[in-house]
Design a protein around this ligand. Structure first.
Ligand code: C2E
Ligand code: CA
Ligand code: CA
Length: 729
């Protein structure tokens, strides 16, 4: 057995010098290395061996004595190679393996390739170093040696351990996730499904792992395409979210959101990772919010937003399908405000709910019923056979509403006004169609209760005109363009001016003076009449105050100002009038307010209250246009009135028509019996004035005396017919 020569620099060189030939024949024959192996090559080879991290042991197979080892043994076993020579391999290698090592079965002849096994080497510090050993046999010099190449696997084992730990950690996380976590390989096979699948779908993970198509089978058919698409191209970017519905094991429907992401590692496709979360509750809340956003809370009908959307859809259908016919009906209950005020808001609400219930029965499933605040309802009727069908639908609604209903023990009969847009123009916007229906509804309302109007282009032109006028009115109020003109009231006995009636004029910058008939009705409708009326009243009070102070009028003269019915309902009316009087220093007795009979009769209780309060302040009151309205004598008696104005339609024919004459006679005697003085207005001829004077009528007013005059002209008129003129005459 060759022994290590002390003069050799490396411990193992002696043996390896002979090994490098890789041809064991020379050794077997006990010959020196072949001549062609030069010393420097040996040197190079030796240093190569010394520098590898694996340890190469050479063991005498006869008794297990270590005969050589490479330098790396220092790092693995903690001993220098010279210190281990002569020891038994059992001392270093774990026992069982050492014994096995020498069995022929374990170490094949070299040429069969090494036997590979894992074992441990005892380190000098007492620890065991895990090693992988490649063992082979070599025979040289007639002796059998074992060549063991041991690689320290400590690091690898640690890495594996770390990997295993992290896998356990990941699994623990995945297994306990709230969401259903899945991993699918590139071939579509599921590699992992977390146990939360049970909670979300009712099925355990195995069900999914066994059958690749099982998840898809749970998805509702309508949602499958979207799901499949999201699985096909999850993209490398941010995770892709898809919502779909699944049928759970218990049969219930659930909404889930799936987040899907492609997984790659070092450029390799590892398939898809996706997780499913139950979002049913979130969906339900969203649905509820959406419903709230699109429906009227009181009746549950669609609201304006949804209605507009349905009109938009109908318009699209009409644009696509030739002859597609639909219509929009705007409906407004008649007199609902009165019901609301007299029976209370709660009853009003109950009534609206009942209306909604009845309407529902009149329309088909594909129609849209909506409510736009207060008492406005809009019907979108679709799939009509011909435009006129909408009118039949409205008739059905009318009949349904007509059935009397009891509210708070009272019987209420409902009617509504209907505006129909029966052939909506395709180029319109939904808002426009709605507006057209609204215009038609207003036209129906103008005609009285329970009427229907179909929208026409003419209505639009008129409505646009009205709108322009309304805007112009608002502007004019700001610019204080409303002024009073003054028409004298003449004492019929002596022909002297006893007062004036202030008549509103709109001093329009472009159109000149505009008569009241053109703007008073709109001002009344829009509520602008209050401000407008106060501008006129203020101008009249100011003028009267100045004329009295200048002595142009007799001290008992008065200024008449007209009041509309709706001005009565204004809470600040009395206050505003008193303020104006005070600011211009006019005593209340010099102001007379003219109110028509119909204004009084609209709400007699409120009228009595307001008139009484005005009267208490000393303001005079007249009933205007007498003879044209209700002429309820019993009411007339209860009002604190001063004058009664006979309507000009009677005065105009008093000298030609005996019937008119008789009526005027009756009115004058009635007025006098109520201690009211009488004004005959519309006196155009001297004969008419004479007849009135003959009947005992106190005052006359009309073109015969004077047309309404601007302030300067009125002052000139006073100079010749007023208090000053009288004293000078
Ligand atoms: P009214 O109160 O009956 O006013 C009398 C109308 O008869 C006035 O028309 C007047 O100019 C006109 N008139 C006077 N004498 C004659 C005559 O001899 N022959 C004819 N054919 N007509 C005569 P005007 O100024 O156009 O006023 C129309 C209506 O407008 C008034 O009718 C009144 O109801 C309303 N009005 C005028 N100013 C105001 C106002 O400041 N406030 C309110 N609320 N209404 C007003
Ligand atoms: Ca009047
Ligand atoms: Ca009048």
């Amino acid at each position: 057995m060759p022994r290590r020569s002390e003069d050799c620099q490396g411990a193992s060189l002696h043996l390896f010098e002979r090994l490098i030939g890789l041809d064991e024949q020379p050794f077997r024959r006990g010959m020196a290395p072949p001549q062609q192996v030069r010393l420097d090559e040996l040197e190079r080879f030796r240093s190569l061996l010394e520098n590898i991290s694996d340890v190469i042991f050479v063991v005498d197979m006869a008794d297990g004595t270590l005969v050589d080892a490479t330098g790396a043994v220092q790092a693995v076993v903690g001993l220098a190679s010279r210190d281990i020579l002569g020891r038994k391999i059992d001392e270093l290698l774990l026992a069982r393996t050492a014994r096995d090592l020498f069995s022929d079965a374990c170490i094949p002849d070299s040429g069969n390739g090494p036997a590979v096994f894992h074992s441990g080497l005892r380190h000098a510090d007492g620890t065991i170093r895990p090693v992988e050993i490649k063992a082979s046999r070599a025979v040289f010099g007639g002796q059998c040696y074992g060549v063991l190449v041991a690689s320290d696997t400590t690091e690898r084992m640690r890495a594996e351990e770390r990997l295993r730990e992290s896998e356990i950690r990941y699994r623990t996380v995945a297994d306990h996730t709230y969401d259903m976590e899945c991993w699918q390989d590139p071939q579509g096979k599921l590699l992992y499904v977390s146990p939360s699948s049970e909670r979300i779908t009712g099925y355990p993970p195995e069900r999914f792992l066994r059958n690749a198509g099982f998840l898809e089978s749970l998805i509702l058919p309508d949602d499958r395409d979207a799901w499949a698409l999201s699985m096909r191209c999850p993209g490398a970017g941010p995770a892709q979210e898809t919502d779909f519905r699944i049928r759970r094991r218990d049969g219930s429907l659930r909404w889930v959101t799936q987040v899907c992401r492609g997984v790659t590692a070092e450029g390799r496709d590892l398939g898809l990772r996706f997780s499913l979360r139950d979002v049913t509750e979130r969906r339900r809340v969203e649905e509820q919010l959406r419903h709230q956003a699109l429906h009227d809370p009181l009746t549950g009908l669609a609201n304006r937003v949804l209605c507009l959307d349905r009109i938009r859809q109908a318009m699209r259908r009409a644009a696509r399908r030739e002859g597609y016919c639909y219509c929009v009906v705007f409906m407004d209950l008649d007199g609902f405000r009165v019901v609301n005020q007299s029976l209370g808001h709660e009853t009003g609400d109950a009534l609206l709910v009942e209306v909604a219930r009845r309407l529902r029965r009149c329309v088909r499933h594909l129609d849209t019923l909506s409510r736009f605040g207060s008492d406005e309802f809009v019907l979108v009727l679709e799939e009509l056979d011909y435009p006129g069908q909408s009118v039949r639908a409205v008739k059905r609604v009318r009949e349904a509403l007509a059935r009397p209903l009891r509210m708070n023990g009272r019987e209420v009969r409902l009617t509504a006004s209907y505006g129909i847009v029966s052939v909506p123009r395709t180029e319109s916007r939904p808002e426009e169609i709605l507006q057209h229906a609204n215009i038609a509804m207003h036209r129906a309302k103008d005609k009285g209760r329970d009427r229907l109007a179909v929208f026409t282009a003419g209505m639009l032109a008129q409505a646009v005109g009205r709108l322009d006028l309304e805007n112009d009115l608002r502007r004019a109020l700001g610019a204080r363009e409303f002024v009073a003109h003054f028409q004298p009231l003449v004492g019929l006995a002596d022909g002297r001016v006893r007062g004036f009636e202030a008549l509103a004029r709109w001093a329009h910058p472009q159109r000149g003076l505009i008569p009241p008939a053109e703007f008073i009705p709109l001002a009344e409708e829009t509520g602008l009449i209050h401000e407008l009326g106060m501008q006129v009243l203020d101008g009249a009070v100011r003028a009267m105050s100045a004329w009295l102070r200048a002595g142009l009028c007799s001290p008992d003269a008065f200024m008449s100002v007209n009041l509309s019915a709706c001005q009565f309902s204004h809470r600040e009316l009395v206050r505003a009038i008193l303020d104006s009087l005070e600011s211009h220093g006019l005593h209340p007795g010099a102001l007379n307010l003219e109110i028509t009979e119909s204004a009084i009769m609209e709400d007699p209780a409120a009228a009595i209250d307001k008139l009484t309060r005005l009267k208490e302040h000393g303001i005079r009151l007249s009933v205007d246009d007498f003879g044209t309205g209700y002429s309820s004598m019993s009411y007339l008696k209860r009002f604190p009135l001063d004058h009664l104005k006979i309507d000009l339609s009677f005065v105009r024919t008093i000298d030609t028509d005996t019937e008119s004459l008789e009526i005027v006679k009756a009115i004058v005697s009635l007025a006098h019996s109520l201690r009211l003085s009488v004004v005959g207005e519309g006196v155009e001829r001297a004969a008419q004035g004479d007849i009135l004077r003959g009947l005992g009528c106190e005052f006359g007013q009309g073109y015969h005396f004077s047309r309404p005059l601007g302030r300067a002209d009125a002052e000139a008129y006073l100079a010749t017919h007023g208090a000053g003129a009288d004293s000078g005459a």
